[in-house]
Design a protein around this ligand. Sequence first.
Ligand code: DON
Length: 579
Amino acid sequence: MRERSRGVNRLIVIIILIFISNPALICAGTGDKKEKVQEECSEKGVVVSVSRDATEAGIHVLEKGGNAIDAAVAVGFALSVTYPAAGNIGGGGFMLIRTAEGENTLVDFREKAPAAANQNMYLDSNGEVIKELSRLGHKASGVPGTVAGLYLAYKIYGTLNWDELVAPAIRLAEEGFTVNNEMAESLNGLKKEWGNYPGLKKFARDDRKPLRAGYRLFQPDLAVTLRRIAENGPEGFYAGKTAELIDEEMKRGGGLITIEDLNQYQAVIRDPVEGDYRGYHIISAPPPSSGGTALIEILNMLEEYPLGSYGFMSVRAVQLVIECERRVYLDRSIYLGDPDFVDIPLSQLISKEYARKLVSGITTEAGSSSRLDNPPIRPESEETTHYSITDSEGNSVSTTTTLNGSYGSKVVVKGAGFLLNNEMDDFSVKAGVPNMYGLVGGSANAIEPGKRMLSSMAPTIVTKNDEVYLIVGTPGGSTIITSIVQIILDIIDFGLSPVEAVSTQRYHHQWLPDIVYYESGTFTQILKRDLEEKGYILKKRSPIGDVQLIMVRGEVSCGVSDPRIGGAASAVKEISTRQ
Ligand code: DON
């Protein structure tokens, strides 16, 4: 019966992909030539990221005999050169590691509020939010965590020399990398910001003519900074020359980060958050990200329904997904924040029992976010990028990293060649006032010195019978969680292949605003009408997410990169014997 409904679902998805998908969405836009989305498979390891050069940096490390964690460090640094919108050393993120022995570790390198931050820092004299202040410019930045995070992962699990892992990024910065169409357009778009943020001119041609695909972008300042990191580890960033340059930049623009903040920054190891869904085990990012908690809460609720038998993109399945998402984003806004500062009722939020209570209010009609009243919880003691990696030994890495908005705060540290994040906007800058992803929060996520801002990043690993099955993650601000939910449902409930799951259109609901957002082509006219008749407000929006997925089948890993931005999966061919 289950097999039959999977077969029907596959047929439906194939028909939908053929007839209503935007052809651009199943062709990766990696330059002039559109590439078909396909799996890249190997028993020796696979890397998937948004950037071909960064993916190849990871493959190079794996082929040299490094493990998945070594490769993740190399990919992370390479992305800071080849994907400046989100790849970073001036931002932060979360790295989920599962070793060949089945040990799960989460490296939290989320940015922190500087010591001088306070709850009123983005409010005017009337107590109103000055919107741009938490989003653009020097005051928008939290203390960066990436270099500390990559180093911590390396110290615990790495096997090659540290400088060998930073070397590919140095080479890409020094010798340049070739920009594709999308990158050229994106960098040309920064021109309007040059007046306020002159450091962005480092991404322009000397003659200021627009970049075209094929242009080679050199970043000598960044190469020097990366060299300091290669030689000195985190000291090369959080102390000495780089720290001085950040300090000078902050003083120039009225920012808050000090040398002391940088010296004190520490990445931390946390236990991932874990749950079960229809016989699969879900491992993901714990607070200070809401990602894993919300993902598990939504899946727990959906497990109460036979989604597979309702059918892929059936009105009942879509409606249930929306209603579960609505309820979980309300919990996100009330309970979640930095666990070092607030008590989070985590075990209740991810319990099956709580999920059963939550679904009890769901009917076949649209609920209402404003009237939503989740059961009580007892007190208890939006540009980003993702990369997924496996190696020949059976280690897996799932990392999501970000500057927050595209190109972060837009501030390039003078003389150091890298962009700073605008992650302070992920705090609830004022209770009830939405952030740039429309997310509303309260006191759990209020600004405090040294506190980490709440995230939605959800680097995830799914296992079956204790063996890794999926390694997955995506950017997308508040839509990160719902994109991962959809990937898991599409593969586990509806029987889609990895290519289909990554390529198919997405939809999203986040409690407030009370709107179902969807990508062009997601819903047929009939499904749209059915949902509207139930009372849902539907709104078409720009592409959602950029998933980098690996599926493991026995000994073989297969990577698929989302066509929305045009990344690359690549497979290890030969591993050289180590000396
Ligand atoms: O941590 C977060 O949830 C956000 N700063 C992520 C931002 C993001 O994904 C933007 N990408 N499109």
